[in-house]
Design a protein around this ligand. Structure first.
Ligand SMILES: CC(C)(COP(=O)(O)OP(=O)(O)OC[C@H]1O[C@@H](n2cnc3c(N)ncnc32)[C@H](O)[C@@H]1OP(=O)(O)O)[C@@H](O)C(=O)NCCC(=O)NCCS
Length: 257
């Protein structure tokens, strides 16, 4: 039985720091210290934990921000980290943490959460776009610069920006596990099923880099044409398929471009 709740006290925040290091293998230059987790909580962000008894099985950390919306500047959350302990993955814990982020944000009148994710990570794309109903229309080239993350495999830190409009019909459908409204798909961008293996091995890393560079151009061109990532699926061979189409403006109705 997993309990999702806000982390409390220094020990629980320290457990997040440790799980962060265990998950990404960060060195000192990249790891976020306990102080910053504490500040995130104090200044209107979130540090949510998934607890299996006393054990921290996962956490989600977000920072508050301010953005220009049509009605003027408004607060939103930038979800900076989501991690689930390896022993607890693929049981819905990551999704539960995200849905609690949403619930808690809406309870304070915050209607928008965003985060970045690596478009080469098929599982994350599936969770973010398909399960949670986030949308993406921004590609960030080498966003963080060099990273000591084990998951990055030494590749440039390219990211897609996930935009989560918390009370949009699309996200509400995702929460209710109803299919989203059918979108017309104009382009698909493929991530080979073997990408993790290619990234993890020095000898094959070049292949992963080629995919990254090719997909980078495809995303950038599609976004310039006004398309957005509106769906994500896996084909019969386990390849990841980003589905791009026109995103209805209503999904972003309050945002000033
Ligand atoms: C990303 C992460 C937080 C997800 O946590 P989790 O608890 O395993 O996630 P969930 O079980 O809620 O959802 C994962 C979904 O992806 C599916 N999945 C698992 N492996 C997959 C794969 N290789 N390709 C596509 N989907 C996959 C799962 O079946 C599940 O879908 P389902 O609900 O339809 O069964 C976790 O894997 C993790 O900590 N990864 C390392 C850190 C990281 O990448 N953080 C995210 C940064 S955006």
């Amino acid at each position: 039985m997993i309990q999702i709740r806000s982390c409390e006290g220094f020990d629980e925040l320290q457990a997040c720091v440790e799980l962060q290091i265990e998950t990404w293998g960060y060195d000192e230059s990249d790891a976020i210290p306990r102080k910053t987790f504490l500040l995130a909580q104090k200044i209107g962000g979130q540090v949510l934990g998934a607890f299996d008894g006393e054990t921290l099985a996962g956490f989600a950390m977000s920072l508050p921000g301010i953005k220009e919306f049509q009605s003027g500047p408004r607060p939103y959350l930038h979800s900076h980290m989501l991690a689930v302990r390896e022993s607890h993955r693929n049981r819905g814990v990551g999704a539960q943490l995200k849905w609690e982020q949403r619930r808690e944000a809406l309870s304070r009148g915050i209607r928008h959460i965003e985060w970045t994710f690596d478009p080469l990570e098929i599982k994350n794309a599936f969770l973010n776009i398909h399960r949670l109903g986030a949308v993406s229309r921004t590609y960030l080239v080498d966003f963080y610069g060099v990273s000591s993350s084990r998951l990055q495999g030494g590749l440039p830190t390219d990211r897609l920006l996930a935009e989560w409009e918390l009370d949009s019909p699309r996200v509400e459908a995702a929460l209710a596990q109803r299919p989203a409204t059918t979108q017309s798909i104009e382009e698909c961008i493929i991530v080979p099923a073997s990408i993790d293996e290619w990234k993890a091995n020095e000898a094959s890393r070049e292949r992963a880099l080629i995919v990254q560079l090719e997909n980078r151009e495809k995303f950038k061109q599609a976004f310039t044409r006004g398309l957005a990532v509106v769906g994500f699926s896996r084909d019969a061979n386990g390849n990841g398929v980003f589905e791009l189409g026109p995103a209805p403006q209503a999904w972003f109705e309050t945002r000033k471009e």
